[in-house]
Write a protein that binds this ligand. Structure first.
Ligand code: SAM
Length: 330
């Protein structure tokens, strides 16, 4: 079937959607949620039927990759049924998940059976007490069990997302990097970003990708560059002989907007062309009204056409996104 490519105003092809399936979360990470944040009521969140319908429209526009995120996506019941619905759509070639791993031990087999291809698990520390301080919950062991379960179920690769914050967990950069010598894990160090909840943002907590790589190389030896998947935000490296990979996602210090191929859909059904720009389009209104597929596609095309060339945030910027990350989905 011929699918016209969805192209933005800067000649970037958009082929990837990240969908937040809930803004609820079972952790309270200090940098991601906000004390005053209240999640939406169930009826305000897109239903699985609405998400499936939307993805069916997006597929006709050339989107072939979906990532499910949140909030914590595994807190939404029967997520495997959504994965199964989406993987049955002709033209979807990749479905992945970003999760905090707390509920993964039990759910990994059903998700895999439903068609989930890849998993990213967020873990910012290897220390139980620090985990409780960062996330507000004592769930470290649950996350480790989730990671083990992802391996056992056969997900390959298993990626760990580590948001690096100076003075919070940057003393563990080398410990995380060394894990790649023991396990076929991909450790993805993510620069801390000024999104909603980070109200005390000063930029000082950002540890740049360059500094992360320097610190790893100083402690572990030479890092060899490895090719990353096309459109991937990560620059990838490998320690000599290591089965795992080390990636850095330098969203602040060295942004990768020029190769951005993605759009996002928030839990409450808004299309957000750029993670770091508060410009959104109401898809839910169309999905719940009598809008036909062409009308939905027209809104998507309009939103994508106006996608900015690059975000304007930097390590020193004052400006912050208004939304908290938990509602956008990472
Ligand atoms: N609950 C899931 C999880 O923990 O992976 C999915 C949603 S979470 C918003 C997605 C990713 O965004 C996580 O890896 C999280 O660490 C990251 N994240 C949240 N706030 C961030 C911030 N201010 N800067 C950088 N990354 C952030």
């Amino acid at each position: 079937m011929f699918k016209p490519a969805l192209q933005d105003g800067h000649n970037r092809r958009v082929s990837y959607v990240r969908i937040s399936v809930t803004d609820r979360c079972n952790l309270r990470c200090r940098y991601c949620s906000a004390p005053e944040f209240h999640s939406h009521f169930r009826e305000e969140i897109l239903s699985y039927e609405e998400i499936e319908r939307l993805v069916r429209v997006l597929v006709t526009m050339g989107i072939d990759k979906v990532r499910l995120t949140g909030g914590e996506p595994l807190t939404r019941r029967h997520l495997d049924t959504l994965v199964a619905r989406l993987s049955a759509i002709d033209g979807i070639r990749d479905i992945s998940l970003t999760t905090n791993g707390v509920l993964l031990e039990e759910l990994a087999p059903a998700l895999k059976a439903a068609g989930l291809k890849r998993i990213n698990i967020s873990l910012d520390t290897l220390r139980r007490e620090r985990f409780r301080e960062i996330t507000g919950r004592d769930r470290f062991d649950r996350v480790l069990a989730g990671i083990k379960s992802a391996f056992k179920t056969g997900f390959d690769p298993v990626k760990l997302n580590v948001v690096v914050m100076r003075g919070v967990n940057d003393d563990e950069i080398v410990d995380f990097a060394r894990l790649t010598r023991e396990y076929p894990l991909h450790i993805r160090f993510i620069e801390y970003m000024p999104i909603g909840a980070t109200s005390d943002w000063s930029g000082g907590e950002v540890v740049t990708g360059a500094e992360i790589l320097e610190r790893v190389a100083a402690a572990c030896g030479r890092l060899e560059a490895v090719a990353a998947a096309p459109g991937s935000p990560a620059r990838l490296f490998q320690l000599a002989g290591a089965p795992g990979r080390i990636g850095v996602i330098s969203a602040m210090s060295d942004h990768f907007c020029a190769t951005c191929n993605r759009i996002r859909v928030t839990a409450d059904g808004r299309l957000r062309p750029c993670l770091l720009a508060d410009r959104e389009f109401d898809l839910k209104e169309l999905l719940r009204g009598n809008a036909g597929s062409e009308e939905i596609a027209a809104l998507v095309r309009r939103a994508v056409a106006g996608k900015s060339a690059s975000h304007t945030l930097s390590c020193n910027a004052e400006r912050k996104c208004a939304r908290v990350m938990a509602t956008i989905g990472g």
